[in-house]
Write a protein that binds this ligand. Structure first.
Ligand code: HEM
Length: 414
């Protein structure tokens, strides 16, 4: 195991199943140099340290990563029919980030999440009943995808257009992270513009008539001394909420169910907690799923000045990937880190949502979706199994890790 080469991190097989890599490198070197100007940070303490030093480790990496695509003149011509892409949250540094984050925090409050809990439970129960009526399911397709899509859609007045939300979300993801053919690039650009015009119409509706949802909260958000958000800014935020909130929550929901299936003792404890209505135990289950699954396995930082991390010199201009998934299995923080233990005392300290100023703005929403989902699934269905002949697999992706399919069988509980 110890001879895994640093550069093999890019090997699609390692990206898909990186745990041996973490185990091999963590004790040897918590900061791994992958190539000239590219580093990987593995340990809990060093990932935390880097998230706290935003003057050195910048989130303004968008241009570096996707610049080539934006320069294509055909793509640019299509995008010109919409609104400019503005760096708002994930890819902005202070002071720009601070202003947007303050305004979005107003909209994305615990109050808003609490207000939608009953609707959320209704969506969850409905999805479970549909699966139960069919008798089997692809848990990703039939539950993991539609739940977060429905929840975000309801907050921007898109309830009637769920398929379009997933469609648009996929187009944004393709544009960001994957090597796609020109044909698809053009298609994605058209989707972006279509999304923008769709949401702009919703914004105008809310300016005329305030409604009780997140989009209205954003349109009317105002902090002392800050000007309200402009259309292009709201569009950028909406786009990020859609992209950041869908695939990640899907992966957490599905990965967590698979772990429960693979650990019958933990499944028994989780079922007991759900039956007793033991909310604290269900919340801890959610935290342990997030720790071990870490759907956002890593996130980039751009190094703005010469730095040192864990004794390794990192030059200005380098790209650093904070590997949250590895940090969450750091044995110095989590004894027996690969064990899925829903009673783990410090599960909630994980970095699955990052840390510091960029810590996930949707964390309360996805935590609530997961808690409601597991308590309803475990009280209504039983005997979950992975469908015979299916071996779960994870497609290689540099940043996100999640199942794309999980065929299961189950029974209704008596
Ligand atoms: C299990 C589900 C989720 C996971 C694992 C996750 C993970 C993360 C992580 C690790 C970050 C920090 C990135 C960094 O360090 O630069 C982040 C930021 C963010 N997330 Fe999430 N996320 C999830 C769900 C959501 C949801 C439901 C939404 C919205 C509906 C959302 C919206 C965002 C946004 C807008 C940011 C950028 C915040 C900022 O830069 O201030 N995420 N997320």
């Amino acid at each position: 195991m110890n001879d895994i080469a640093a550069s093999s991190f890019f090997d699609p097989q390692v990206i898909a199943d990186p745990f041996d890599y973490y185990r091999a490198w963590m004790p040897k070197s918590p900061v791994v140099q992958l190539s000239e100007g590219m580093f990987l940070v593995l340990s809990y303490d060093l990932c935390s340290q880097a998230t706290g030093d935003v003057e050195t480790f910048s989130n303004n990496f968008q241009g570096t990563l996707s610049g080539a695509m934006a320069e294509d003149s055909d793509v640019a011509a299509i995008l010109a029919e919409g609104w400019p892409q503005v760096d708002t949250l994930l890819t902005a540094d202070p002071p720009t980030h601070t202003r947007f984050r303050k305004l979005v925090n107003l909209a994305f409050s615990m109050k808003r999440v609490a207000a939608i809990e009953e609707d959320m439970r209704g969506v969850v129960v409905d999805l479970i009943e549909k699966m139960a009526a069919k008798g089997d399911a692809d848990f990703v397709r039939d539950f993991g995808i539609p739940l977060p899509v429905a929840m975000i859609a309801s907050q921007i007045g898109m309830e009637g257009d769920l398929d379009r939300v997933k469609h648009w979300s996929d187009a944004f993801v393709d544009r960001l992270g994957r090597m796609i053919p020109k044909e698809r690039e053009l298609e994605c650009a058209r989707e972006v513009v279509e999304f923008q015009h769709y949401v702009k119409a919703k914004i105008d509706e809310r300016r005329a008539n305030r409604t009780d949802d997140l989009l209205s909260d954003l349109v009317y958000a105002e902090v002392d001394g800050e000007r309200p958000l402009e259309d292009a800014e709201i569009l950028s935020i909406m786009q990020q909420l859609m992209v950041a909130g869908n695939e990640t929550t899907t992966s957490a929901l599905a990965g967590g169910l698979l772990q429960l299936i693979k650990s019958p003792d933990q499944m028994a404890k989780a079922v007991a907690a759900a039956d007793e209505g033991n909310e604290r135990a269900i919340i801890n289950l959610v935290e342990e799923v997030l720790r071990t699954e870490s759907p956002t396995a890593g996130m980039w930082r751009m190094v703005l000045k010469d730095a040192e991390l864990g004794g390794v010199q990192i030059p200005k201009g380098a790209m650093v990937q904070l590997r949250y998934a590895a940090a969450n299995r750091d044995p110095a923080k989590y004894p027996d880190p690969d064990r899925f233990d829903i009673e783990r005392a410090n599960a909630r300290s994980h970095l699955a949502f990052g840390k510091g100023i960029h810590m996930c703005v949707g964390n309360m929403l996805s935590r609530k979706e997961m808690a409601v989902a597991y308590s309803e699934l475990l009280t209504r269905l039983t005997d979950f199994r992975v469908a015979e002949g299916h071996t779960p697999s994870w497609p290689p992706n540099m940043l996100l890790r999640g199942l794309t399919t999980l065929p299961i069988s189950f029974r209704r509980r008596a």
